[in-house]
Design a protein around this ligand. Structure first.
Ligand SMILES: *[C@@H]1O[C@H](CO)[C@@H](O)[C@H](O)[C@H]1NC(C)=O
Length: 247
């Protein structure tokens, strides 16, 4: 039997520390982020993992490719993931579409679409999030928000309730210590002088800038020291559109 905590499992899943958990954030107003999806993943090695994601169409969730697994269950309409409510909609994923050029050692193209078995019902607690157009390049300096159920401290257990934290988009040089960082396809997120950070468990969750999803939590340092690296969404619009159209 495996009774390992989530944190080392997430590290196993990925070749480097992941951005995953919100540290220094605040609890979201329940159901104020109706696109948020909680992903329970049965990994290919039989472990249970969790990730964030977000609804972009009634039957599609966007997340990180490193959250792929043998099977994935999606919960929509949740605030406290340990307390089932009438707002919950639990859906099976029938097909995982990791980006065809996802590189699991460099963590490039860390983006994945999940096709749900049924269409989610649109309610006050469940609804899709708009994506940016293809050529919208979000510039450094903007303040954005990261949302997730990740842990609330490096040694604290996972948060049961949805959390969010404000994060600054940094100049690419602030991520130059990540040797594989690509400014065109990734975002450098979080002021190194602040402790607020996305951390383990938030992987796959959105970066929201003025209410639009501009990034997906991808990876960071083991000690959660910002900045972290997020996948940009806008360059992947043609790929996203193609899969949405044909599925
Ligand atoms: C949507 O609503 C219908 C009718 O109430 C219900 O049968 C169905 O299970 C709901 N779908 C989900 C995903 O909860």
């Amino acid at each position: 039997m495996h009774h390992l905590p989530l944190l080392p499992l997430l590290l196993l899943l990925c070749s480097r520390a992941e951005a995953g958990e919100i540290i220094g954030g605040t609890e979201c107003k329940p159901h104020s982020r109706p696109y948020m999806a909680y992903l329970e993943i049965a990994s290919r090695h039989g472990f249970l993992l969790s990730c964030g994601g977000f609804l972009i169409r009634r039957d599609f969730v966007l997340t990180a490719a490193h959250c792929a697994g043998r099977s994935i269950k999606v919960t929509l309409g949740a605030h406290n993931i340990e307390e089932k409510e009438d707002t919950w909609q639990e859906l099976e994923v029938i097909k995982q579409f990791p980006h065809p050029k996802y590189d699991d050692s460099l963590l490039h193209n860390d983006i994945m679409l999940l096709k749900l078995k049924e269409k989610a019902n649109l309610t006050l607690a469940v609804g899709p999030l708009p994506l940016p157009p293809q050529f919208y390049f979000v510039p450094p300096g903007r303040m954005c928000r990261v949302v997730g159920w990740g842990r609330t401290g490096v040694i604290k257990p996972g948060s049961d309730t949805l959390q969010e934290v404000k994060q600054r988009l940094m100049d690419p040089w602030a991520c130059s210590h990540y040797s594989d960082f690509k400014h065109k396809l990734q975002l450098c997120v979080g002021n190194p002088k602040k402790i607020n950070s996305a951390y383990k468990g938030d992987s796959g969750g959105p970066l929201l800038c003025a209410g639009v999803a501009q990034g997906i939590v991808s990876y960071g340092r083991h000690n959660a020291q910002p900045p972290a690296v997020f996948t940009r969404i806008s360059p992947y619009r043609p790929w996203i559109n193609k899969i949405l159209k044909s599925n």
